[in-house]
Design a protein around this ligand. Structure first.
Ligand SMILES: [Zn+2]
Ligand SMILES: [Zn+2]
Length: 330
């Protein structure tokens, strides 16, 4: 099969010819149609996440069709279209798994990091971690739901019932979560790179009532902010915009260092927290709500051999919405 292979960190991926992987008894073989591009992929390639399997096929927003299912697979059948997200496997027995926090599993394996992912014609996935996909979405539209959407949704949940919501970094996740937040009756303030008028206009089109640069103060105090950009300096910036009792949620897997800040911007029961990974329940809940909103994803398609260009465009922030690598037709 053709695959984009990362042989070493801080090097571009290269097209390779690999054997089609064989599924184990709990696994399915998936013929990949499309795979969304995530900022996490950049952190893996750039060496900010330090322990990938190597060589590695990246990609953890896989949309494809099950070609073959192992003997112990239950609930997923050949011919079914499925989504394969970041959470690829958990042990099911650690204290986190036993307390409905499998996202924190001590021995979790992640797709496109510990396990080969979807920038390839085929991938294997544990059948228990495949998600059924709503029919309302074609392959390209569905792919960004699988990480940008559902980890963004987990971050949104961590804001509780916050009415005035700030989103810092208006890329793949924020463009989806704006739509969900509006559907839930929240008010959205979008923060982009300073001077990025085009993305600010895009945010307003999707329902943000205000859009500005990340160094601007919000039009009124926020009840919560989600930081999607990997920039630690945004934490104190967002804290300064929060109302009392508000929360800053850091949604990315990697962030630059957070600068020191005075205690009084945290005082008043404000809090800062991170969101890590996802549970299967997050995935099912989000994929149920997405067609009701209905979330419309804006995608820019790349072919498999343009994988490095796709990553670069996410790095530059030049994508309006989500980048998706298209591998094969349905
Ligand atoms: Zn991701
Ligand atoms: Zn566990």
């Amino acid at each position: 099969m053709r695959a984009m292979l990362l042989r070493a960190q801080r090097e571009p991926m290269a097209m390779a010819d690999l054997p089609v992987p064989a599924p184990g008894p709990d696994e399915v073989l998936v013929r990949v149609h499309a795979c969304g591009v995530c900022r996490t992929d950049l952190h893996i390639v750039d060496g900010e996440l330090t322990e990938p399997k190597l060589p590695l096929v990246l990609g953890h927003m896989i949309v494809g069709t099950v070609e073959q299912a192992g003997e112990r697979v239950d609930g997923v059948v050949a011919g079914q279209r499925v989504g394969v997200p970041w959470l690829g496997w958990t042990d099911g027995v650690c204290r986190y798994c036993r307390s409905d926090r499998e996202n924190l599993c001590d021995r979790a394996e992640f797709t496109g990091y510990d396990r080969d992912g979807g920038y390839a014609e085929y991938a294997v996935a544990d059948g228990r971690f495949c998600l059924p996909l709503p029919e309302d979405y074609d392959d390209l539209q569905a792919a960004p739901l699988l990480c940008a959407g559902l980890i963004g949704f987990r971050a949104l949940r961590m804001t509780g019932d916050a009415e005035r919501l700030g989103l810092y970094g208006f890329g793949s996740s924020a463009h989806i979560i704006t739509q969900v937040a509006r559907f839930q009756g929240r008010r959205v303030f979008a923060f982009t790179r300073p001077g990025d008028a085009e993305t600010q206009a895009f945010a307003r089109e999707l329902g943000a009532e205000w859009a500005g640069g990340s160094s601007d103060l919000p039009p009124e105090p926020m009840d919560a902010a989600i930081i999607f950009a990997p920039a630690g300096e945004l934490v104190p910036v967002a804290l300064r915009g929060l109302a009392k009792g508000g929360t800053v949620v850091c949604a990315g897997i990697h962030m630059s260092d957070i600068p020191a800040f005075p205690y009084d911007i945290l005082w008043g029961e404000r809090s800062v927290r991170s969101v890590a990974n996802l549970t299967r329940q997050d995935g099912m809940d989000f994929l149920e709500i997405a067609p009701k909103v209905p979330v419309r994803t804006h995608v820019e398609a790349f072919s498999l051999d343009q994988g490095n260009e796709a990553l670069d465009s996410v790095r530059k922030g030049s994508i309006k919405g989500s980048a998706v690598v298209v591998i094969g037709a349905e």
